[in-house]
Design a protein around this ligand. Structure first.
Ligand code: NI
Ligand code: MN
Length: 227
């Protein structure tokens, strides 16, 4: 499983020969100015909620790639009105077996509306697995006790993609507790540094995780790691 970071909460994940992309927000992100949105391969686009910093490039990427959008009923319906043809609506608690593996939608404690203010359904995270690997993409969320359900319901996690920027989501210390709840020591941080409210001390964050015998990876935008 290869994971590439495109900034904010946007990752590209290669799994079972398919390309998954999370929360496409690239072109407005100054930190990702060197990334060409339309060079990103996508067979499926997983969208956690309707906020601008998660869907800004959804329409462009979905139309360019022909990818299937996997998200809430409300976001999939909205995508349909934008002319995106392939959608798979889901909701929290549900799972579905796709050709690359299984996706389960899990609770995220956040809000979800479109940039024009209309309702975008419940925010969600995703746990995704095939017969060899499993990852958790948390979306935007507070720390929740519901995270304890993930190891009860899903295969052991290879890694987890957690927001650590504070202000809108968990901070580093809450993400450390989350990693206990989900029973995963390999964490990839996201939702930090993109704008002023979520700037973090990266070195301190890595040290805080390693002090608890956990590994926080802060991947350079455009770089990849293997799990
Ligand atoms: Ni948000
Ligand atoms: Mn966000």
């Amino acid at each position: 499983m290869k994971i590439t970071y495109y900034g904010q909460s946007c990752f590209g994940i290669e799994m079972s020969g398919k390309h998954l992309v999370t929360d496409p927000f690239v072109t407005p992100n100054e930190l990702a100015a060197h990334i060409d949105l339309l060079s990103i391969k996508a067979d499926y686009i997983l969208v956690s909620h309707g906020h601008q910093d998660h869907i800004h490039d959804l329409e462009a990427l979905a139309k360019h790639t022909g990818a299937t959008v996997v998200s809430s009923w409300e976001i999939c319906t909205w995508a349909g009105t934008k002319g995106i043809e392939k959608v798979h609506p889901m909701n929290t608690g549900g799972k579905w077996k796709f050709d690359f593996g299984t996706v389960m939608c899990v609770t995220a404690q956040h809000s979800s509306s479109f940039p024009d203010g209309t309702y975008a359904g419940n925010p969600m995270g995703f746990v995704v697995w095939n017969d060899r690997k499993c990852f958790y993409f948390a979306g935007d969320t507070a720390l929740t006790m519901d995270m304890k359900l993930i190891p009860m319901l899903c295969p052991p996690l290879s890694c987890a993609l957690l927001p650590i920027g504070d202000n809108f989501t968990m901070d580093v210390n809450q993400a450390i507790i989350a990693s206990d709840f989900i029973e995963c020591k390999e964490i990839i941080g996201c939702h930090y540094d993109t704008f002023g409210f979520i700037k973090i001390d990266k070195e301190a964050a890595i040290k805080a995780f390693s002090a608890k015998d956990k590994n926080l990876r802060l991947v350079d935008i455009g770089s990849s790691i293997e799990f």
